[in-house]
Structures are given as structure tokens and as C-alpha cells.
Design a protein around this ligand. Structure first.
Ligand code: DAV
Length: 387
């Protein structure tokens, strides 16, 4: 890589030694990060009622019954925080690209359904996963997120032109009719206890009508992909991933204890080879720990979050404290107010970069959610030879 002055649209003109040529390559969650996509908050909406969304919002949440474009003030604030995060990454010589927001506040429809608005393009991690040289668009499982991949197409097309080895793939778009959702989940009367019992039995809101997965349910460990079966990813989705990635070993995991199992990235967070943080309220079951223990991986329970509740108008839990971005096996970005998580990572020998982000949580999560790897150094390795 050479020192160069670049002027990608949306990037600062600066003398950082960014990657000059586009190369798509990322095999795990911790190798040195050199090129990443960071989302934007523009036009972001609180989605209108639909089965998958209704099940995610607790009955007593202030978001219940609210929908529509978020306030301009909150959008501006989230964009300010995202821009500052981008600068932090660029100062570390990481090239950052940004999606092209759609008019998320417009109505959408397919032959099967209509939705009042879309969602947004802040949590890019949910939509696209990079596995080696491939960028794969997930099926998604919320109707309001059906068209979200379009916000990333300008970048993906650019990478396709610039890197002759890059593979662009898109999983089959799902119908997302009512057949995709279990009816008995769709009532405000379902208690948390009932949900926990169902989660324990691996009975989630999504049916097995067709393959469904969100990209943020997948973690990359070189040759092994660890995928959470829950609200946003069903077993057919995981089977689709197995057939799509025949050179990988795809493992299904569950985390009983989570009444709203959406995305793995506030539950199970690899830090570097041999070390994973696990949410202490969502413990990986004994039989599923074997793969990690047999191969010398240590699973450490994450520190308590610094807050008792998420910020207003946020879907996600206080465990966004664990939703950190690893820049390399010695450096990690942690949300600034999450002091206990920062302290734990410091004690585990990591350099911690605090990033002010809490007021952007409502737009779709924290530092892991809002990013998608394009290039990390390194290649496919086998971290679990004993299995
Ligand atoms: O704990 O509410 C957050 C997942 C974000 N991608 C939670 C899950």
C-alpha cells in the first residue's frame, strides 16, 4: 500500500495510506481491518407494524404503535456520530465507504404484501456478509428491509468492477407472506416466560416456509461459520448457507435466555483467535461449547452493560455493550459510555478505542452493526481442526 491522496465520494481528502486498490477479502472477525463500509442514518424510519417487527417490540415499549420517519434532529445527530466514527477509522488508515440511502420513508410493495415504509441503511452488518472474496446479500426477514440491499449496490458494483476476483452473490429473495411467521407469536399477550420457554425449545417466530437469514446472525471464523438460529434466521436459511458455502463448515448455535433472539452480535463476540465474549444472560449451551473447548477457545462472560435500559426508540437491548468492532487482534472500538466492557477488554490485553455512539443506537445498533468488512488482511484458516 502506498501513501496516496484519494477522493472517494463521501471520504475525506487526506494523506492517509488507505488501500489504493479495491480487494474484497475478509475471512474472520478479527484480522487487521483495512477497508470497511459504515452505514448512514439518512431517511431512517421506525417501521410500521408487520409480523416480524411486532414480535420484536416488547408490549410496554414506547415504540409500540409509533412508526414513520425519525425526527430530522435525531437523524442529524446519528449522522454526526457515524461521521466521527468514520474519522476514527480513517485516522487508523482504514478506507471507509458509505452506502447510498434510499427514500426509506416511501411505501413499498411486492405482489404479496405492502409496507408503509422501509427501515434505513445504518446497520449494514445485517444485510451483507463478506466471506473471503464474496459479498453476499442476505434474504432478510423483515418486509421493511426487503429492498435495503439497494443502498449497497453502488458500492458492490464498484467493487465488482475494481476487483476482478470479487464475487457478488444475492440469496433468493423470500416471499415473506404470513406463512413465514408463527401466528401464536403475534400477540401482545405472549409473556416473556412463554418466549423463554419457546426459545429453549428452538421454536421461534419464523417458520420453515422458505430460507431466511439476516447477515448479522453469522460469525466468520475462517473455515467455520457460526450461525444463530432465532427470529431472523431459520433452519432452511442455515441449510441454504451450508449448500452455498461447500468449502466451509457451517454450525448452528442457539442462546437460550434471550426472549428476542435477533442477530448474534450482542451475544457472542470473538475478539481474537482463542477468545470469545459470551453474553452471561444468553449462555451457549454445554453441548454447543464442545467445538470451542475441544479446540482451545476460551469463552469469557462479557462485563455488565453500563446502562439499565437502551436509549429511547431503540429496538435492541442493553447488550449492545458487546457490539464492538475489532480492528485487529490487539485493538477494539467500544462505545464510549460502556466503561465496564472497555475495562474488561483492557484487562484481556486489548487497546480500547472509545467511540461516542449511544445516541445512534436507535438507528440499528452499535459499532459492529453499523459496519461491513470489505478487506481484512489474512486468509482462510482452520481454527477448529478437532471436530
Ligand atoms: O441484544 O437486542 C442486538 C443485535 C444487533 N444486531 C440485542 C440484539
Amino acid at each position: 500500500m502506498s501513501k496516496t491522496t484519494l477522493s472517494w465520494k463521501g471520504n475525506l481528502k487526506n494523506n492517509f495510506s488507505y488501500m489504493k486498490n479495491t480487494i474484497v477479502n475478509s475471512w474472520n472477525e478479527w484480522d487487521p481491518l483495512k477497508h470497511v463500509i459504515v452505514g448512514r442514518a439518512d431517511n431512517c424510519c421506525i417501521p410500521a407494524p408487520e409480523p416480524a417487527v411486532d414480535v420484536k417490540i416488547p408490549p410496554d415499549s414506547v415504540m409500540k404503535g409509533k412508526h414513520g420517519r425519525r425526527t430530522q434532529d435525531s437523524i442529524d445527530k446519528a449522522n454526526e456520530l457515524l461521521d466521527k466514527f468514520v474519522k476514527t477509522l480513517e485516522c487508523r488508515d482504514i478506507r471507509v465507504d458509505r452506502p447510498t440511502p434510499l427514500k426509506f420513508d416511501e411505501k413499498i410493495s411486492t405482489p404479496d404484501w405492502k409496507a408503509e415504509h422501509m427501515f434505513g441503511c445504518m446497520p449494514s452488518r445485517d444485510v451483507i456478509i463478506t466471506v473471503g472474496k464474496e459479498m453476499l446479500e442476505a434474504t432478510m426477514s423483515f418486509r421493511c428491509r426487503w429492498f435495503e440491499y439497494l443502498a449497497y449496490r453502488p458500492l458492490i458494483q464498484q467493487y465488482f468492477m475494481e476487483d476482478p476476483g470479487m464475487k457478488h452473490e444475492s440469496a433468493p429473495k423470500p416471499r415473506l407472506t404470513d406463512k413465514d411467521y408463527h401466528k401464536n407469536y403475534l400477540s401482545d399477550k405472549v409473556s416473556i416466560e412463554q418466549r423463554l420457554e419457546w426459545a429453549e425449545k428452538k421454536y421461534f417466530v419464523t417458520t420453515e416456509e422458505e430460507p431466511l437469514f439476516d447477515a448479522a446472525d453469522i460469525l466468520r471464523f475462517g473455515k467455520d461459520l457460526i450461525v444463530q438460529h432465532g427470529f431472523t434466521t431459520n433452519l432452511k436459511g442455515i441449510d441454504w448457507l451450508k449448500r452455498h458455502f461447500p468449502d466451509h463448515r457451517v454450525h448452528t448455535v442457539n442462546f437460550p435466555g434471550d426472549p428476542y433472539p435477533i442477530h448474534i452480535d450482542a451475544t457472542f463476540t470473538p475478539i481474537k483467535p482463542g477468545l470469545i465474549l459470551n453474553n452471561p444472560q444468553r449462555k451457549l449451551p454445554k453441548e454447543q461449547r464442545k467445538l470451542f473447548e475441544d479446540n482451545g477457545w476460551e469463552i469469557v462472560y462479557a462485563a455488565q452493560p453500563a446502562h439499565n435500559s437502551p436509549p429511547p426508540l431503540t429496538y435492541y437491548s442493553i447488550w449492545l455493550s458487546m457490539n464492538i468492532l475489532v480492528l485487529d487482534p490487539k485493538t477494539v472500538c467500544v462505545e464510549k459510555s460502556e466503561v465496564y466492557q472497555a475495562e474488561q477488554l483492557d484487562k484481556l490485553g486489548m487497546e480500547v478505542l472509545p467511540v461516542d455512539f449511544r445516541e445512534a443506537y436507535g438507528f440499528g445498533g452499535s459499532l459492529h452493526c453499523s459496519t461491513t468488512d470489505v478487506y481484512r488482511e489474512g486468509k482462510m484458516e482452520d481454527y477448529f481442526p478437532k471436530q
